[in-house]
Design a protein around this ligand. Structure first.
Ligand code: GRG
Length: 346
């Protein structure tokens, strides 16, 4: 089977892109959702790929609408505008897609998973807003647009991030359908909290910051694995497991899907490291080549580009093998998402 080619929409709709001098094209940032097989030759596109593309298109449309509905335009207007600016700036929506796909695989519905799916995107978005701040990565572009603090100022960017974080938990608690037993919703809230805090995203970010500028031999592959598993992997993992939990999956399935998510999570970050040194800023929608510029330890810097590519491929293969326990048709979205993560170009 030909490897899927996942391209961003060439004709992405421009959304108020301001004039700028950097190489990143704002046009690219508008609709960076998961897109399947967009550039594969028609004859080579198998039915399963077409099905996956249709599945993702349907989910992404529903996710975009639900995200827009989730944060109101209200007083104080500038705060809500700042929250909506980043939340609706595009993005591939991988986390919500994973959450919905896992819920559906375990017999649940998109409606059951949607509030949690949106909450995960709110948390992901706030982590990007904070990551881009001058005191962190100090980036001017994200998702092909000027970063939140460039548009709204640092104070507002910090507070918009805080508000999105808080709103995420409120949203799961308030909007998850009442047909879902409360203990499942509570477990999801606890799990998401854990994946975001000191044992998750924040912990990973702290080790990442501490590792920057450290002597090369201090940052081992194990340190790098810790950073990736926490900074990136934890949220991807809880995206999958929370979808499964909401559907009422048993522990064995939650554990198996969690393992699948850990593998694709590490692959996601290995590919991120590869893209940082092989793709352009325009393709990425953010500044390329930053890892090398700040002397950051990455998979390519530690094991080389070729070996990094092999590691990513092996991780995706292993993740997909775990799904062989399930009906192939029902597991197709999670299989497709694993392939997407392995082959993504931004
Ligand atoms: C979570 C409380 C809290 C604070 C934030 C700043 C910080 C702590 C953490 C940094 C987390 C971070 C930026 C991780 C990188 C994750 C990553 C690889 C992002 C890119 O994800 P994509 O490719 O992006 O899915 P899009 O734009 O497509 O959504």
């Amino acid at each position: 089977m030909q490897a899927l080619s996942f391209a961003t929409t060439p004709g992405a709709i421009a959304r108020g892109a301001p004039a700028r001098k950097a190489t990143v094209s704002a046009r690219r940032g508008a609709a960076r959702t998961v897109r399947a097989a967009a550039s594969a030759p028609a004859a080579a596109v198998e039915a399963s790929e077409v099905d996956f593309a249709a599945y993702i298109a349907e989910k992404n449309a529903a996710i975009e609408q639900a995200l827009s509905d989730s944060v109101p335009e209200m007083y104080p207007e500038r705060l809500h505008e700042s929250m909506r600016y980043s939340l609706l700036a595009g993005g591939k929506r991988i986390r919500p897609c994973l959450c919905i796909a896992a819920c559906e695989l375990m017999g649940g519905s998109m409606e059951t998973a949607m509030p949690t799916a949106c909450a995960l995107e709110m948390i992901h978005t706030m982590s990007l807003i904070h990551d881009d701040l001058p005191s962190m990565d100090n980036d001017d572009f994200r998702r092909g647009k000027p970063t939140n603090h460039k548009v709204y100022g640092e104070e507002m960017a910090i507070l918009a991030g805080d508000a999105l974080l808080s709103h995420a938990f409120e949203h799961i608690g308030r909007e998850t359908p009442k047909t879902v037993p409360a203990d499942r919703t509570l477990r999801v809230i606890v799990d998401v909290g854990k994946c975001v805090g000191s044992e998750g995203l924040v912990g990973g970010q702290v080790v990442d910051i501490m590792s920057e500028g450290a002597d090369a031999d201090e940052v081992t592959l194990d340190t790098l694995k810790y950073i990736h598993a926490h900074k990136t992997g934890a949220l991807l993992e809880v995206s999958v497991t929370s979808g499964a939990i909401l559907a009422g999956a048993d522990e064995e399935d939650v554990e198996r899907l969690g393992k699948y998510a850990q593998l694709i999570g590490l692959a996601f970050q290995v590919v991120d490291d590869i893209l940082d040194c092989t793709a352009t800023s325009e393709e990425l929608g953010k500044t390329a080549g930053k890892d090398e510029a700040v002397g950051k330890a990455t998979y390519p810097s530690l094991v080389g580009l070729e070996e990094s590519r092999k590691i990513a491929d092996d991780l995706i293969k292993e993740a997909k093998e775990l799904l062989s326990e399930y009906d192939r048709e029902k597991a197709a979205p999670l299989i497709g998402l694993a392939d997407y993560i392995g082959n993504r170009k931004n």
